[in-house]
Design a protein around this ligand. Structure first.
Ligand code: ZN
Length: 409
């Protein structure tokens, strides 16, 4: 790699010092503050740090942290990889990730959906991976159609190789201005945000994973890669049993996307797949915390689509604790709870906690789901018989449980 200009070197070094200080004083992992300091001193730092590297940007409403991790794990086969492993997915986090691995020839960056055009423009990344696009919490949602429109403009006229989930109509539309697209049939669990054609507004007809607009020519492209239950099918039609440790269909979909991205970097499936199998948890997700013989597995769910994925992973034989907050990162408005179909929980032992437990209780009551209301998560856990229990929590509720119970066991 070529040397960074002096000013960029200084900005990068000072950013790293700020990050270290932040960690030492217990103010977090430091990846955001370090990047901010760096960008303050050298606004062009991200472009300079990205220069000369092979970069993949990963964006979606759900699963981007996990997919970033899977891709990183695979590409370690090829050498050192710089990545924002802690989900700091805006430019300050990217600066921090690239500063910490200055010699890494490869970078895999999780990018917030709204920042994708800016980060693509700044870094000139060669590969972009797009998985799904659905509404996030109500008060941060914005217009996802407008977001896809911005993706289209950002990708148009670039040599970027896009890997995109063609089962999601909005992602397909957002990706289809790119010069080179590899389509992956990764499935789509949440369909409520894509009944209308993004091109003309007409109704979309669906049959299994296929979809087509009734009023214009927009339709699902033919995929090169596909997920067939537990098997990944590559462009030559060869079938690979995924057999990964991360649970659920959504993670198998993330794994197929990761294999397609690895392939774009020239890494064949037989070398990438064993690396994906090494990933057991991502930023605390799917890990288990233990107290007094109760083993609680933590599932993070930040939005309506995320709840459906968590229901898919949760064991129907086990009791389940649900915890909902409404702090800034969760979205202050909990009315999105009404978009989720909770009827799947009927007949199971359900325990409800979190700062907004009454909002969730009302929603469950309307869906005829019986539950017990608990003042705190600790109380909910103490009510369980010894053994396993699943926990679904939204963002700050999840973080509270993690900080109270420490890391994984
Ligand atoms: Zn149409």
């Amino acid at each position: 790699m070529t040397q960074l200009p002096l000013r960029a070197q200084l900005a990068s070094a000072l950013g790293r010092s700020a990050a270290t200080l932040s960690r030492m004083t217990g103010r977090g992992d430091g990846s955001v503050i370090g990047g901010r300091v760096g960008l303050l001193l050298e606004p062009d730092l991200l472009r300079k740090l990205a220069h000369d590297r092979k970069l993949a940007l990963v964006s979606a409403t759900n699963g981007k942290t996990t997919t970033t991790r899977l891709i990183t794990s695979a590409l370690l086969e090829l050498g050192e990889v710089a990545t924002n492993a802690f989900g700091a997915n805006m430019p300050a986090g990217h600066v921090s990730a690239l500063s910490q691995h200055k010699g890494a020839p490869i970078g895999v960056l999780e990018v917030d959906e709204k920042y994708l055009p800016e980060v693509l423009d700044t870094t000139g990344a060669g590969v972009v991976c797009l998985m799904n696009l659905s509404r996030d919490q109500m008060d941060r949602a914005g217009e996802i159609w407008q977001l896809a429109q911005k993706w289209r403009r950002a990708l148009s006229g670039r040599p970027t190789h896009v890997i995109a989930n063609c089962d999601d109509p909005l992602v397909t539309w957002g990706a289809s201005t790119a010069a080179k697209v590899t389509w992956v049939s990764g499935g789509q669990r949440w369909k409520e945000d894509s009944w209308c054609c993004p091109e003309c507004g007409g109704p979309l007809d669906r049959k299994d994973t296929f979809w087509a607009c009734r009023e214009c020519t927009f339709h699902r492209p033919e995929p090169q890669w596909a997920l067939d239950d537990e098997v990944a099918v590559d462009p030559r039609g060869q079938r690979w049993m995924l057999d990964i440790q991360l649970p659920g269909q959504a993670n198998r979909s993330n794994a197929v996307m990761a294999l397609a991205v690895a392939d774009a970097f020239g890494l064949p499936v037989e070398r990438a797949l064993p690396r994906l199998r090494e990933v057991t948890s991502v930023a605390g997700r799917y890990t288990t915390v233990e107290r007094d013989g109760r083993h609680a597995r933590l599932l993070l769910s930040k939005n309506p689509a995320g709840w459906l994925e968590a229901f898919d992973v949760a064991d129907p034989q086990l009791p389940i604790i649900l915890s909902v907050n409404a702090q800034g990162p969760d979205g202050r408005d909990t009315s999105w709870l009404w978009d989720v179909d909770y009827r799947i929980l009927r007949g199971r032992p359900v325990f409800v906690t979190g700062e907004r437990r009454l909002d969730l209780a009302l929603r469950l009551d309307a869906a005829d789901v019986s539950f017990l209301l608990c003042g705190t998560f600790t109380e909910a856990l103490a009510m369980q018989p010894p053994g396993r229990v699943d926990v679904i929590a939204n963002y700050t509720a999840f973080q509270q449980i993690r900080s109270e119970f420490g890391r994984a066991v």
